[in-house]
Write a protein that binds this ligand. Structure first.
Ligand code: MV4
Length: 447
């Protein structure tokens, strides 16, 4: 097991990882920018190193500073959290070259999944169902037209270097295809320095369902069920739940089994998320994330397993603490992302939190790095906390969530709490009847 882990992140996830390290008796080092000297993760860590000025590229993304912080503190592993360097293959490789363990998959696995064409090809080869479309990059308009005619319109053009919704263009008919292809390619080249694009059948009303997987580093793979993350705005998830209201136990076990086997065959190590669009009872792979995700606590709530403990165990060579048959799904969990933003326009609202009071009681978890008197710096993303609620079933979970939202107090700044108070009272949400476009339509109506 590791002696000392350096946490290369900030905010609630730095605290989340820190808690897991403490429970495992591992010493902690955090790095921080000058803007984060007063942050909770800095106060609670055993050691801290200031690695640079506020902009992320000079601090949380500064590989050399982070490696230097490992060297001076004697950290033997790095947990990258999510965002920042968590899916940076070069960072994983550089740490390996310094004999420091990256708590995550190999640089090669990160690289494969970062290239969306290569990721899809790999998924398909491993027996994961994918969206019908081009087999790799499309070279010209003629080829695009031929494939689109084959799979049928509408189609979507995606950038291979994109992901998370960046660099996508929809073509409803053949008349739109030339423009869509040109724009997607030009934008991809400008944004990513790689103009490779691919084409897929455009699914019109899918849900976003993702499967949590783990590889143990010894060729075994398991799944921890799925999360439904369909409630999004501009590709930012807002509300996540486990299980998905749309799946039954048989579908869960079927898609989970496919994913677990794929992870085993890939020889993958650590936590991963296989993302699907789900429509008319079918799953279609879109991307794989090679990190711990923001919404991992809903999976922890229904399985009772600490996923950060598992990441640390696997990275240290100790394997997983559970076999597939030990992973049981218990009840229902919902996560609300509390952002320092206007609840209607989502404009960031940094500033001082004058009062912060979190709800408590059975089935309530709040993951947050803020406190009364904390000043939110304007440099980073606006997530200030997550409310995760667990119940024996979805109805109980929703009752408890409504109560918890009533108790939650964040004064001094705007937050997305009022949006969640509206959503818990909505009939479609109560029925679990929503797709990836539901929230944007709802917000457009409310204006
Ligand atoms: C799609 C799609 C429809 N059909 N692919 C957006 C983010 C990126 N991960 C993939 N995305 C989509 N890919 C096909 N073939 C619709 C989306 C999409 C979406 C997906 C998940 C959650 C929210 C979304 C919002 C708009 C579009």
């Amino acid at each position: 097991m590791f002696q000392k882990i350096l946490i290369a992140n900030r905010g609630e996830i730095a605290l989340r990882v820190l808690r897991a390290c403490k429970e495992l008796g591992i010493q902690t080092v955090v790095v921080h920018s000058t803007a984060d000297a007063d942050a909770m993760h800095v106060r609670l860590a055993d050691e801290s190193v200031c690695i640079g000025p506020p902009p992320s590229r000079d601090s949380y993304l500064n590989i050399h500073q982070i490696v230097a912080a490992c060297e001076i503190t004697g950290a033997d592993a790095v947990h990258p959290g999510y965002g920042f360097l968590s899916e940076n293959a070069k960072f994983a490789d550089i740490l390996a070259a310094h004999n420091i363990t990256f708590i995550g998959p190999s640089g090669d696995h990160i690289r494969i999944m970062g290239d969306k064409i290569e990721a899809k090809r790999t998924a398909k080869r491993l027996g994961i169902p994918v969206v019908p479309g081009s087999d790799g990059a499309v070279s010209d308009e003629k080829e695009a037209k031929r494939i689109a005619a084959e799979i049928g319109y509408p189609v979507i053009i995606k950038a291979s270097a994109g992901g998370g919704g960046r660099g996508m263009k929809v073509a409803l008919t053949e008349a739109d295809l030339e423009i869509a292809l040109q724009t997607a390619r030009t934008e991809a080249g400008a944004a990513f320095g790689d103009d490779a694009v691919y084409i897929e059948k455009y699914l019109q009303k899918p849900r976003h369902i993702e499967v949590q997987v783990f590889g143990d580093g010894f060729g075994r793979g398991v799944h921890f069920g799925e999360r439904d993350c369909s409630l999004q705005r501009r590709h930012q998830k807002v509300w996540e739940e486990a299980n998905s209201p749309a799946l039954n136990a048989e579908e869960r076990s079927r898609i989970g089994g496919i994913c677990a086997k794929a992870i085993a065959d890939l020889g993958y190590s650590g936590a991963g998320t296989i993302e699907f669009l789900y429509e008319n009872g079918e799953f279609y792979f879109i991307e794989m994330n090679t990190r711990l995700q923001v919404e991992h606590p809903v999976t922890e709530a229904i399985t009772g397993i600490d996923l950060v403990h598992e990441q640390i165990r696997v990275a240290s060579g100790g394997g997983l603490s559970v076999k597939q048959e030990d992973i049981k799904f218990n009840g229902h969990a919902i996560e609300c992302r509390i952002n320092a933003e206007d609840p209607r326009t989502f404009t960031p609202s940094p500033g001082t939190i004058t009062h912060f009071h979190t709800p408590g009681g059975l089935g309530i978890r709040v993951d947050s790095g803020v406190y009364s008197g904390y000043k939110i710096p304007p440099y980073y993303d606006s997530l200030i906390g997550k409310l995760i609620v667990h119940g024996r079933n979805r109805v109980e979970c929703m009752m408890r969530l409504r109560r918890a939202l009533d108790e939650f107090v964040v004064d001094g700044i705007k937050t997305t709490l009022p949006l969640f108070r509206d959503l818990v009272g909505n009939a479609d949400i109560a029925n679990g009847d929503y797709d990836i476009h539901w929230l944007e339509k709802y917000l457009a109506k409310e204006e």
